[in-house]
Design a protein around this ligand. Structure first.
Ligand SMILES: NC(=O)c1ccc[n+]([C@@H]2O[C@H](COP(=O)([O-])OP(=O)(O)OC[C@H]3O[C@@H](n4cnc5c(N)ncnc54)[C@H](OP(=O)(O)O)[C@@H]3O)[C@@H](O)[C@H]2O)c1
Length: 242
């Protein structure tokens, strides 16, 4: 159905909520999935339940990324690893947190793209990359100066990578989800005084699930999206449209 049968796809952030759901859906689609993250135990548990391969590495280290990804033969990549950082205004931001958010969400994704796309070009069979961005890159969200900036950078990485890699039949897209109640977001958005105003401004008026993000990721990786590249796709219940 997706044309992913037997194709090798690397998913970073696979030890987390959205990444884990993406691994499960990709395995169900017949893909050969390589699950990345830092937590060896969480990756081992995912492998035991899905049959995926595991590849621990640190998105903050180019040496770690090069060592892990450099020799993989890849068709697909999902840049899902991410760090939420702080809730702060521009007036009070801790710039060391800003640096770390950028290092994981933008720099890390670019470095994985760097080594993964080299492998795709070397194999000469095309490919597909999906970056897990956020609605926070598309509109201003209170307190999201670091995180939103990192995801806006990721959206630009998506567009420029789509421009540069199209000639190799490699497509690059982003998904831009609203809130999913994973540990990254539940501590903040789970507070009614924070979450309720967002939900009341969203046509669908509810939080997304991990599987509702994984399904569009799998679609964008697959043959049904063969003419789609350079897109940042909101998965936000209509929030950024209103
Ligand atoms: N949850 C939301 O509401 C939401 C909304 C929009 C977009 N997103 C984006 O969706 C993606 C997944 O988020 P999630 O909600 O599934 O979060 P999560 O459950 O907290 O998972 C985060 C993942 O990123 C990995 N990671 C963090 N820092 C890393 C590093 N330095 N090196 C390697 N891996 C690292 C974690 O690995 P370890 O745990 O093994 O360290 C984990 O697998 C993120 O990019 C996030 O920004 C989330």
């Amino acid at each position: 159905m997706f044309g992913l049968d037997g194709k090798t796809v690397l998913v970073t952030g696979a030890s987390g909520g959205i990444g884990g759901a993406t691994v499960r859906q990709l395995v169900a689609a017949g893909a050969d999935v390589v699950a990345g993250g830092r937590s060896v135990d969480a990756l081992a548990a995912l492998a035991a339940s899905t049959g995926c391969r595991t590849l621990p590495f640190d998105l903050e280290s180019e040496d770690s990324i090069r060592g892990a990804v450099g020799d993989l033969d890849l068709y697909g990549l999902v840049n899902c690893g991410g760090f939420g950082g702080e809730i702060a205004t521009p007036m009070e931001t801790d710039i060391s947190v800003f640096d770390k958010v950028i290092a994981v969400n933008a720099r890390g994704a670019l470095l994985v793209t760097k080594y993964a796309s080299r492998s795709m070009i070397r194999l000469g069979r095309g490919g597909s990359i999906v970056n897990v961005s956020s609605q926070a890159s598309l509109v201003a969200l209170s307190g999201h100066i670091s995180y939103g900036s990192s995801k806006a950078a990721l959206d630009n990485i998506t567009r420029v990578s789509a421009l540069e890699l199209g000639r190799y039949d490699i497509r690059v897209n982003s998904v831009n989800p609203t809130v999913i109640m994973t540990p990254m977001s539940a501590w903040y958005w789970g507070r009614p005084e924070v979450g309720d105003p967002l939900l009341s401004a969203m046509p669908l008026g509810r939080w997304a699930t991990e599987d509702e993000i994984a399904a569009p990721i799998v679609f964008l990786l697959g043959d049904g999206a063969s003419m789609i590249t350079g897109v940042s796709l909101p998965i936000d219940g209509g929030f950024t449209a209103c």
